[in-house]
Write a protein that binds this ligand. Structure first.
Ligand SMILES: [Zn+2]
Length: 253
């Protein structure tokens, strides 16, 4: 190869390199404008992704994706979000939700983080082997945990990943159950949340009607369990029943 030929090849390779870098750049740009959630860019500490093989294994071992789970893995999303506790310490939170609410819930947590709204803990229920009572006592915030509503083939809203519980110890569930013999029983979950049933008291991590957390969920079309009259579920935000029933029926068939 003489000098002239060498120079020609050299320039050729150079052009090819420039072209490939240019094309790769364009490809990236195009994929970012696509509607697929996996290609969207998020700010640091926040993301929505599909359920990876490792995560799926963790969910099966941890018991949120139980053996009888009929919600397809493809319909669930893994959220990573930042949250601040009461002292302002920043934590990397994680949550599995239904794909239908994934972007909305991410947006809610971004706004709560920016406003410094305190959330103490947000790890998957799998860390507690999907035991609700133990998880709530630990004030964990979460969503997906598969189960049918007792004695039905309907999937519960947490079973669909369409309900979100926040700061669970300080925002307990409360119901007066009437037994067959007419006697009544008080159900409080978690049991250690009893002191926080008095909503006239001031205490940390309390969700109140018209506070930021309440307003952000309501704006996205969720209902608050604290607004219910037959029972109270102060930690709980869920999609309206007409939407969730549609999915529950779709998955049951
Ligand atoms: Zn709940």
């Amino acid at each position: 190869m003489n000098d002239k030929e060498f120079l020609k090849n050299y320039i050729g390779i150079g052009i090819l390199l420039v072209l490939s870098v240019f094309l790769t750049g364009c490809g990236k740009k195009n994929s970012n404008t696509g509607s697929g959630s996996s290609s969207k860019e998020y700010r640091e500490g926040f993301s929505v992704s599909e359920i990876s093989d490792d995560l799926f294994l963790r969910m099966k071992r941890g018991n949120t994706y139980k053996e009888d789970c009929i919600v397809p893995r493809e319909d669930l999303r893994y959220l990573l979000v930042l949250h601040k506790d009461l002292e302002g310490n920043i934590h990397q939170g994680e949550m599995v939700v239904h794909k239908l609410i994934a972007e909305d819930v991410l947006e809610i947590f971004e706004k709560l983080y920016d406003a410094g709204y305190p959330i103490e803990r947000m790890v998957l229920p799998d860390n507690y082997l999907a035991d609700d009572e133990i998880m709530m006592r630990d004030n964990n915030s979460s969503s997906f945990n598969f189960r049918f509503i007792s004695h039905t083939n309907k999937i519960s809203k947490h079973g669909l990943g369409m309900a979100v519980d926040i700061n669970t110890l300080y925002n307990p569930y409360h119901k007066i159950v009437t037994n067959e013999d007419g006697s009544t029983e008080e159900v409080i979950e978690p049991a250690t949340g009893e002191p926080y049933l008095d909503r006239t008291r001031e205490f940390d991590y309390k969700i109140e009607k018209d506070d930021l957390c309440y307003n952000l969920f309501i704006e996205k079309g969720f209902e608050w369990g604290g607004d219910w009259t037959d029972r109270k579920d102060y930690q709980h935000f869920e999609l309206p029943t007409d939407i969730t029933e549609e999915y529950s029926e779709k998955y049951t068939k």
